[in-house]
Design a protein around this ligand. Structure first.
Ligand code: SF4
Ligand code: SF4
Length: 383
């Protein structure tokens, strides 16, 4: 790091990379009191921000890769330090200097697969629409009501394909005129951007935008809160504005319009987990709860750490591709909370949350006491 020896140079680099607000920190430490890492081990955002202010940041410090960008600490910061932008700016600098989180392999593999195939899962681009093969899902054509953008995990991951299939089945049965882009679809790029790979994000975003424009797309329906966030709040950086709708918003609209009726009973006690990128980052808290309240027989109960205080599953900020040792997984705590309130099903609507909760369910003692469900799976079962 010889060429980074001058602290002023580092301070300037951080500012140039979007972390200009870090110097406002007055070290109150409120960020550390809410950070979920401090429930399982330690992470001091206050310290990271303080060191950045004085150009003393060591980009080899593993701590800069821990933040899941959950959004809890920016909520509490009295000085609007914008901790997420600050930490991502450090990751951008690290990435530029060839420093990556250890073990290096998972994130590098995800990134190489994004470059080669447009998804982080090492899957072939040509198989991107295979999940929908026998469902007679149409290819999107200009003039259709909506483009459905399932995203990478719902396209390829065996557990999450069920969610994509449930979604497409509900849409068809409700008479929605929708289509998909299939192999033309790219990863939205949200999470790789948070790992510091800015150029790769821009490349993925530009390709998606070109495809949306070329195909006459105006309204996009997404399943992942990460796609929702980047399409709605980050793609406008490219001077485009598509109408973005999350599946929970769309399903509630269909219910309110009478296009979707939930008639069958679901006689279980369930609890809803707010994904960080749907709730805290985008303020969508009520729609999923309203859908669940429309399900006959379903008893909805709340966990501790709910709504704006929701406990992160651990998958944001690119952490879905990094290794988290047993004992440090937030999803284990969350599953424990769901079991603790007597829920028979933990319901959510984010592919990372489902992945982490299913993993916790399999690995935690007593985990089999609860089911992990995407909200679309409950809707399909009860319509
Ligand atoms: S909450 Fe904000 S001002 Fe307080 S220590 Fe954290 S970053 Fe600094
Ligand atoms: S955004 Fe979340 S994980 Fe990152 S430092 Fe803040 S509270 Fe911790």
């Amino acid at each position: 790091m010889e060429n980074l020896a001058d602290f002023k140079e580092i301070v300037d680099l951080i500012k140039d990379n979007g972390g200009e607000a870090f110097s406002r920190c007055f070290e109150c430490g409120l960020c550390d009191t809410v950070c979920p890492w401090n429930r399982v081990t330690t992470l001091s955002m206050r310290k990271i921000v303080r060191q950045a202010t004085f150009g003393l940041t060591e980009i080899e410090n593993e701590e800069i890769w821990r933040c899941t960008t959950c959004g809890r600490c920016p909520q509490r910061c009295p000085r609007d330090v914008q901790q997420i932008e600050s930490v991502v700016s450090l990751r951008r600098i690290a990435t530029e200097y060839g420093v990556f989180p250890t073990p290096v392999k998972p994130v590098r593999t995800a990134s190489a697969s994004l470059v080669a195939e447009g998804n982080p899962l090492n899957e072939e681009r040509s198989k991107r629409a295979d999940w929908a093969k026998d469902l007679s899902v149409k290819t999107f054509a200009e003039g259709m009501e909506i483009l459905y953008f399932p995203g990478c995990y719902l396209s390829y991951d065996p557990r999450l394909k069920k969610v994509g299939r449930a979604t497409a089945t509900i849409l068809s049965r409700a008479g929605v005129d929708f289509g998909i882009l299939g192999a033309k679809e790219n990863c939205c790029g949200e999470s790789i951007r948070k790992t510091g790979e800015e150029e790769l994000f821009k490349r993925l975003a530009r390709e998606n935008i070109k495809n949306f424009i070329d195909n006459g797309v105006k309204k996009i329906l997404v399943s992942s809160p990460h796609c929702y966030h980047t399409f709605k709040n980050e793609y406008p950086e490219f001077r485009v504005n598509f109408e973005i709708v999350h599946i929970t918003q769309f399903l509630l609209e269909l219910i309110s319009q009478g296009r979707l009726k939930l008639n069958k009973e679901y006689k279980k006690k369930v609890t809803y987990h707010d994904p960080c990128y749907l709730g805290r980052h985008n303020g969508i808290y009520e729609e999923p709860r309203e859908i669940l309240k429309n399900v006959p027989g379903l008893e909805l109960t709340e966990m501790p750490d709910t709504l704006a205080d929701s406990l992160c599953c651990g998958g944001g900020g690119g952490r879905i591709w990094m290794e988290t040792p047993k004992g440090e997984r937030f999803s284990d705590l969350r599953l424990g909370q769901a079991i603790g309130v007597g829920a028979e099903a933990l319901v959510t609507c984010c592919p990372y949350c489902i992945t982490n909760f299913e993993d916790s369910r399999l690995n935690l003692e007593g985990g089999e006491a609860i089911e992990v469900k995407d909200i679309t799976e409950i809707v399909l079962e009860t319509m």
